[in-house]
Write a protein that binds this ligand. Structure first.
Ligand code: GUN
Ligand code: ZN
Length: 442
């Protein structure tokens, strides 16, 4: 049913890392966003649009708020929700001691279903409307996730982890079974409603060369699907890959060799990328998911965001939580930590660029910038509304914000899930913090 929301809205038409912000930003002080059948049908100043609307169309007004395209989380592990904040280790030990223990429970589909619900509820509370998600090695963990995601009609990307070595036997498949299961999950889920499938080799150390071959093959055989994995996150990991694949020139070259780079391939981290790595990602159209809270929590290192986003060999980059290595579902918190990482690299990440990385920039990294990540007619109506008075300190601080950019930056510094007033999926309000809209609640 046609409906509209009214308030201050902000979106991007272009990339503020490479163009002046005035050429990128779309901002309306008192705007109206009209939605019908899951899509945005009209936007503009409320005073211009309201007279054109049938009086039966409901208009929900959000005051003291900012309306954004729904946030996109480019890399996250739903089965790791239960191990968020696990103490004291870096990547390889953290995987063996916490992750591989938790993921075994997802052989039980009902367990996976309950965990999917917790995860989906949490990301909606954080204002995230699309996530690129690792499930576990169990096909039923993918079925459970997509079944629950479909109930809310979310555009999520997910896939079964492929892993045939260096993991507990309860978490390994084989090159053949991984291939067969991936193929049948693609047939079942890719393009079913809003679901999209990602072929999901965990990372090069947990796949044999045979599995790496078959992974590249199954991805190639299904154009339009995604491929997600991890790369160059941690120094010990990189050294391990060097030993496991001695004939390849680099970690990036391993994935290149097995046909796993290209459009719709997105890799978490790239923390320790060399110039050559950036160049190959740039030339192949492969994307990086920058995962600030995870990189700090696991002591992995400082991603070179400015290098990634600028220059003749810039790469597609979207922001991500990487939870449970990451420590918060809120992309406001990811932006906050991205700012601090950039500071340590001598780069001042301004608020406009930060929000781009989780809206239009993230959509671009996922090759979905014609459907999600912007508030434009024809786009899918996934929308996040932030409350400018969410906490006493935020409200107080914003009294002293002199312009939109300062307001946005204070939201990044002080905001988290408490700042999310409401989240819309395909035009439906599926989360409202104060449960006041009377519309369907998740
Ligand atoms: N590398 C391989 N698997 C993982 C994982 O689950 N989390 C992170 N952060 N890195 C990984
Ligand atoms: Zn990850």
């Amino acid at each position: 049913m046609k409906k509209a929301i009214r308030g201050r809205y902000l979106s991007y038409r272009d990339n503020p890392f490479t163009k002046p912000i005035k050429d990128c930003l779309q901002y309306e002080e008192d705007g109206l966003i009209v939605m019908d059948e899951g899509h945005i049908t009209a936007i503009g100043p409320a005073n211009d649009l309201l007279p054109t609307l049938d009086e039966k169309v409901s208009v929900t007004r959000y005051e003291d708020a900012l309306i954004f395209p729904g946030f996109i989380d480019c890399h996250v592990h739903y089965p790791q929700t239960e191990i968020i904040g696990a103490f004291g280790m870096q990547l390889i030990d953290w995987l063996n001691n916490y992750t591989f223990v938790a993921e075994q429970k997802f052989a039980d589909k009902e367990y996976a279903r309950a965990a999917s619900d917790v995860f989906l509820r949490e990301i909606l509370r954080a204002g995230t409307t699309t996530a690129t998600v690792f499930c576990t090695v169990h096909p039923q963990s993918v079925d459970a996730f997509f079944e629950q995601s479909a109930k809310i009609n979310m555009r999520n990307i997910a896939g079964k982890v492929l892993m045939d070595r260096h993991a507990p036997s309860a978490l390994t498949d084989t090159a053949q079974s991984g291939y067969d299961q991936t193929k049948s999950l693609i047939e079942k889920w890719h393009g079913a409603g809003r679901a999209l499938y990602a072929v999901t080799p965990r990372f090069a150390p947990t796949s044999t060369e045979e599995q790496m071959e078959m992974t590249g093959a199954v991805w190639k055989e299904h154009p339009g699907t995604y491929l997600q994995s991890h790369i160059s996150e941690n120094k010990a990991e990189i050294e391990w890959v060097r030993k496991l694949y001695p004939t390849q020139k680099s970690y990036v070259d391993v994935y290149d060799h097995y046909g796993q780079l290209g459009p719709r391939a997105i890799y978490g981290h790239g923390v320790h990328f060399t110039e050559e790595d950036f160049r190959i990602f740039s030339e192949t159209g492969t994307a990086i998911a920058h995962c600030p809270t995870s990189n700090l929590f696991l002591g992995s290192g400082l991603f070179k965001l400015e290098r990634a986003m600028t220059g003749s060999t810039s790469i597609l980059t979207g922001l991500a939580t990487d939870l449970g290595g990451g420590t918060n579902f809120s992309q406001l918190v990811s932006m906050n930590e991205a700012y601090k990482i950039a500071q340590l690299n001598g780069f001042a990440l301004d608020a406009y660029k930060a929000f781009y990385l989780t809206t239009r920039g993230a959509a671009t990294a996922l090759y979905l910038e014609d459907r999600i990540g912007s508030i434009e007619p024809g786009y899918e109506a996934d929308i996040t509304i932030l409350d400018l008075k969410a906490t006493p300190l935020l409200a107080y601080r914003l009294n002293y914000a002199e312009n939109l950019e300062e307001t946005l930056f204070a939201l990044i510094t002080l905001g988290d899930d408490r700042a999310v007033q409401a989240t819309y999926i395909a035009g439906e309000c599926v989360y409202n913090r104060d449960r006041e809209t009377g519309e369907e609640q998740f």
